[in-house]
Ligand binder design. Structure first.
Ligand code: GH3
Ligand code: MG
Ligand code: MG
Ligand code: MG
Length: 426
């Protein structure tokens, strides 16, 4: 249950406030002076404070400012309540970090509605998994925005100037939203926005600019720089939450799409059973390596290998155990290849390896290693050794990459003819 502290010296208004708030299922505590309010605030946290301006032991606005500046109390949302309804006082309230401003005549029915909307607005914001970044040079404003996010249970990372923010945005940090003040002490926000939009990592993170200006041209410019929305100060919390909600929802949908696309593209190049690259990916890799090797005047090798007597394994131990051999062999070989080598499943029980910058005399060493590693794998369904035969060819002896594969295939056949569990290189 949310808690409210009413700070009001007039008994009459205290009762009005009490009645108003009680309908809301909020726990209400009454204080008639700053001193009394401090006593309650030190005992427990209040989500909201209604603050009278003229209090017997001081000024409500000053007290508001003091609370907002304190790292202990700044999270309480303060609603200034006054019998005076001037624009000056409203502005002073927001400058003091107030959450909202109410005229005393306007309380009945309206304060309740306001709090109810704000609380439910804050609760409808879902889908933010990462923090929000605030770049704001005014400590008050920064705290105010932070407190709005606190209500919505969203964590905040804040910066006071473009310099420290620039450092942050030069790196890759998982965040869901950026809120930037238009006028910053060391600069306007344009250069920072350009920097953020230059970093591809942040291209789907919405940017909202907070502003007091209503200059259309400037807004157009900012839109063109990649700003997604504007919020004018002082904020109307409900509008703020609605905007944040829609931006966070879009961001989370885009994240979902991104994750799905990533998965799809991984799927498109991966062999489902073994997790190795598939044939299609191998062809693409081979094509680009062939180009690269020609330009660099280097030779690459191809190892084409095939499990020996695999049909017998299937027939004797069953297809499931046959699959187990394919998976175990793949997992084991994956661990033994170099980072820039490509291992793929080329067909049923046939594998292919591309070794960049490796002439075939060096590839021979790799082939010997593959034979040895394969022979040493232990399976739980048989004590028998599983072996492979390998054909080796390199690009130095061929005109085109198709020819390299063809040669490797001929030598694989030769290895089978010559007794299997061996490689052939000529
Ligand atoms: P060789 O030593 O000459 O290569 O003989 P082999 O028995 O390994 O070769 P063959 O081409 O006669 O048989 C290959 C077998 O591999 C037949 C096929 O059913 C099996 N196979 C192909 N893909 C898979 C698979 O994904 N899982 C399983 N369990 N078996 C497969
Ligand atoms: Mg008073
Ligand atoms: Mg075979
Ligand atoms: Mg075969």
């Amino acid at each position: 249950m949310k808690k409210v502290l009413v700070v009001e010296d007039s008994k009459f208004f205290r009762n009005i406030l009490k009645n108003e708030l009680e309908d809301l299922n909020l726990k209400t505590t009454l204080a008639s002076s700053i001193k009394e309010a401090e006593y309650y605030l030190n005992k427990e946290h209040y989500d909201f404070i209604t603050m009278d301006v003229n209090l017997p032991d001081g000024d409500g606005l000053d007290f508001c400012k003091k609370l907002k500046q304190s790292s202990k109390f700044y999270k309480s949302q303060i609603i200034i309540i006054s019998s005076e309804d001037s624009d000056y006082l409203k502005k002073a309230s927001f400058d003091a970090g107030a959450f909202s401003f109410f005229h005393k005549d306007y309380i009945e029915g309206n304060l309740k509605k306001f709090l109810k909307t704000t609380i439910s607005m804050a609760q409808i914001i879902t889908g933010s998994a990462n923090p929000v970044v605030i770049v704001e040079d005014s400590e008050f404003q920064s705290r105010y925005i932070t407190s709005l996010f606190d209500l919505a249970n969203i964590s905040v990372i804040s910066f006071k100037d473009t310099t420290s923010a620039s450092d942050f945005f030069s790196n890759e940090n998982a965040i869901d939203l950026i809120i930037v003040d238009y006028y910053l002490q060391d600069n306007t926000c344009e250069s920072l926005i350009q920097l953020i939009r230059k970093n591809k990592f942040y291209d789907k993170v919405p940017i909202i600019v907070t502003t007091v200006m209503d200059e259309k041209e400037k807004k157009y410019d900012l839109f063109l720089l990649g700003v997604n929305d504007f919020v004018e100060k002082p904020f109307d919390p409900s509008e703020f939450f609605l905007r944040i909600r829609s931006h966070l929802r879009i961001k989370s949908l885009m994240d979902m799409l991104d994750a799905k696309n990533k998965l799809l593209s991984i799927k498109a190049i991966t062999d489902e059973l073994t997790g190795l690259f598939n044939r299609r990916f191998f062809w693409e890799t081979l094509t680009s390596e062939d180009n690269r090797a020609k330009r660099a005047n280097q030779a690459y090798s191809i190892l084409l290998f095939d499990i020996d007597n695999f049909k017998d394994i299937n027939d004797t131990y069953g297809h499931i155990n046959g699959d187990k051999v394919l998976v175990t062999l793949s997992d084991t070989l994956k661990k033994h290849i170099r980072k820039f080598d490509t291992l793929a499943r080329f067909g049923g029980e046939e594998f292919i390896m591309l070794l960049p910058d490796t002439p075939k005399n060096k590839a021979e060493v790799v082939a010997a290693k593959v034979l040895e590693v394969t022979r040493n794998i232990k399976y739980d369904f048989t004590d028998k050794m599983v072996t492979v035969s390998i054909g080796i060819a390199d690009s130095a002896e061929c005109k085109a990459f198709e020819e390299v594969i063809q040669k490797a295939d001929e030598r694989l056949y030769k290895a089978k003819q010559n007794g299997k569990n061996r490689y052939e290189i000529e």
